[in-house]
Design a protein around this ligand. Structure first.
Ligand SMILES: [Cu+2]
Length: 133
């Protein structure tokens, strides 16, 4: 009995904790930000040095917004992938700057992946919205 409780705890609670504790100090635009003007770059500040190995940005479909974070983690985005000329970083750094092309008003989803100093993979999904003035 006790053992199965521990197993359930490990399976259910630990992954949730991992989600709750972002390895990011901050992102600009912040997750959930609503902006008046399109950003020209995306800035990520990690709590400790990491190599950013993947950065995809999608323009989301209108009816996509209701999906919960948990759901979207297990599903790939059905948004439109935006062409950026992203190259995986070769050096460990706490800050990463990704140049964005011109983007229109709408909802965006960023899916990133990085490798921390201990070799662990870090990843996350952020969203932001450009509303216009
Ligand atoms: Cu680690």
């Amino acid at each position: 009995m006790f053992r199965s409780i521990v197993a359930v705890f490990t399976l259910v609670v630990f992954p949730l904790m991992a989600l709750a504790h972002s390895p990011l100090e901050k992102a600009i635009p912040a997750n959930g930000a609503v902006l008046e003007t399109p950003p020209t770059e995306y800035k990520m500040l990690f709590k400790s040095p990491a190599r950013l190995i993947k950065f995809d940005i999608f323009q989301k479909n209108e009816n996509d917004n209701k999906k919960s974070l948990l759901k979207s983690l297990f599903k790939s985005s059905n948004g439109k992938l935006i062409e950026i000329n992203f190259k995986p970083s070769l050096v460990m750094s706490e800050s990463h700057l990704i140049k964005l092309p011109e983007i229109n008003n709408g909802s965006y989803e960023v899916r990133w992946r990085a490798v921390g100093e201990d070799g662990h993979v870090l990843k996350g999904i952020h969203t932001f919205e450009i509303k216009g003035k």
